[in-house]
Ligand binder design. Structure first.
Ligand code: MV4
Length: 510
């Protein structure tokens, strides 16, 4: 069993902070890494140690395998947690970590590899009895062969990249006449995005829901499913609202999908936290394996809230070779959880990514509210990384209670300094069709006209009042500058440490 006492967190923002907190609750020390752009970020101060790994562009910092492994070695870490995005699903990174004598907090490289190849994954799932979308289990060499498959399956079909995922290299084909152009487009896009142009064919499912099952697997041979997340509220493959449980799953369907998910994980020798994505047909309960995400996911908190399990702490235990503390027989969803991703995007300008300084931030709190943020007041938001600022997650006894609680929390939240998606969520949560749970993956596309119509923007009035109050406060502060005392570090080491924790610029301010 690996003895682990210190972990390098190879990520940034809210997920880095989330992992550092789990380390501390498990009695482990955490080492943060940070790019120059993130030097004032909360994750840097939350960790016992922090290592600068390069300039802002991810390719020079968070994607630099050599720097990360060197940082882990130099700080005496025994393990690396990759978080999500960045290097989290790159088998070569997991292999490099192992070669350096470190534990990768995640699945074996072979499982990452098998699930990364979408036709290989489909073949493995088919062999394990997991339902897959009707289609090919090999790449098709040309448009004519794709046409043969389409004729057998019936139009419409989707051309998908073998190395794909997340919608890149995907093309809808409604009729034979569209095949040739769609094939060229899918192949070209796949080649540019993944360096591999292989394409396969699937029957196109109409208006399905996106349902995913969380699994945990340990090195003692146990695999458990932690129910589903409903992720249909998405826009251009970016999820915006996630819930657990889904209104579309009966206990019987939940059991069937959970069994399929544990079979899927078992078929690739999975260990750690992972997620099996399914499409669920509109009626009748038919579901199909789509892909497996071999990492911790952004939306893991909604599962944590309804199952009472800390998924990241379990990941850390599993990585150390300990048995997980989760037992299938005792797992039952309780209540309802909803997550809204608060992003630096302007929902009234086609979700244009925004930059700016977080001039003022008031964080929602109170019963059933969780705020997982990677930024704090005073931070600058750049275009170097994805626009996620924070996840607002609520729990309630029922879905209706959770929705009302989310509306209350969204009204408490005040962000001044840059546009965010906050107001968009208030509008979705008021929609009768959303409140009925009448949703599928096309929901936002179909409703966005109504949701984003420029109308009275009452949501903006309170932030404007806050801006006015802040300007008044700033004037008063300018008239009376605060006294600052400089403490020599050799006289107050603990102050320096605590000052750094509190963001007091090396603890020099009294
Ligand atoms: C599909 C599909 C319909 N039919 N496959 C999109 C990204 C990739 N993970 C798979 N995707 C889809 N595959 C078949 N056979 C519809 C989608 C899809 C989608 C899936 C999940 C969540 C959001 C989506 C948005 C658009 C399309």
């Amino acid at each position: 069993m690996a003895r682990i006492s210190r972990i390098l967190v190879a990520n940034r923002g809210e997920i880095a902070l989330r992992i550092i907190r789990a380390c501390h609750e498990e009695g482990l020390e955490a080492v943060a890494v940070y790019s120059h752009a993130d030097r004032l970020s909360p994750h840097v101060r939350a960790a016992e140690l922090a290592v600068p790994i390069g300039p802002a562009p991810a390719i020079d910092s968070y994607l630099n395998i050599g720097r990360l492994i060197e940082a882990a070695r130099a700080t005496g870490c025994q393990a690396i947690h990759p978080g999500y995005g960045f290097l989290s699903e790159r088998a070569p990174f997991a292999e490099a970590v192992a070669r350096a004598g470190l534990v990768f907090v995640g699945p074996p490289p072979a499982a990452i590899q098998a699930m990364g190849d979408k036709v290989e994954a489909r073949r493995r799932m088919q062999a394990a009895g997991v339902p897959i979308v009707p289609g090919t289990t090999q790449a098709v060499p040309d448009a004519r062969r794709a046409g043969d498959a389409a004729a057998r399956l019936g139009f419409p079909v989707l051309l998908k990249a073998v190395a794909g995922g997340g919608g890149k290299g995907m093309r809808l084909v409604r009729e034979p006449g569209e095949l040739e152009a769609a094939f060229q487009a899918a192949q070209g896009e796949a080649l540019r995005a993944f360096g591999a142009g292989d394409v396969y064919v699937e029957k196109y499912l109409l208006r399905p829901r996106h349902i995913e099952i969380q699994v945990l697997a340990d090195t003692h041979g146990r695999i458990v499913a932690l129910g589903e997340r409903e992720c249909s509220i998405q826009r251009r493959h970016q999820k915006l609202i996630e819930e657990a449980p889904s209104v579309a799953l009966s206990p019987a369907l939940r059991r069937r999908m959970s069994e399929a998910a544990t079979a899927a994980a078992g078929a690739v020798g999975y260990v750690s936290a992972g997620t099996i994505e399914f499409l669920l047909a509109p009626e009748g309960g038919d579901f199909y394996f789509l892909e497996m995400n071999t990492r911790l996911q952004v939306e893991h908190p909604v599962t944590e809230l309804v199952y009472g399990v800390d998924i990241v702490r379990e990941q850390l235990r599993i990585a150390a070779g300990q048995p997980m503390r989760v037992h299938a027989g005792t797992l039952h969803p309780r209540g309802h959880a909803i997550e809204c991703r608060i992003t630096a995007e302007d929902p009234f300008a086609d979700f244009l990514p925004a930059t700016g300084s977080l001039r003022y931030l008031r964080v929602p709190s109170g019963p059933g509210v969780r705020w997982d943020a990677g930024v704090e007041q005073g931070n600058d938001v750049t275009l170097f990384y994805d626009p996620l600022l924070a996840k607002l997650v609520v729990w309630g006894e029922t879905r209706d209670v959770a929705i009302e609680r989310m509306r209350r929390a969204l009204r408490e939240l005040v962000i001044v300094g840059l546009p965010t998606s906050q107001a968009f969520y208030l509008r979705v949560l008021e929609e009768p069709s959303f409140r009925r749970g009448d949703i599928d993956i096309t929901y936002l596309e179909r409703l966005s006209g109504a949701l984003l119509a420029p109308g009275p923007r009452a949501e903006l009035l309170r932030p404007l009042a806050v801006v006015a109050a802040l300007l008044a406060e700033e004037r008063r502060a300018a008239a009376q500058p605060p006294k600052v005392a400089v403490t020599p570090p050799d006289r107050a080491t603990a102050w320096v440490v605590e000052g750094r924790r509190e963001g007091l610029r090396e603890g020099l301010r009294e």
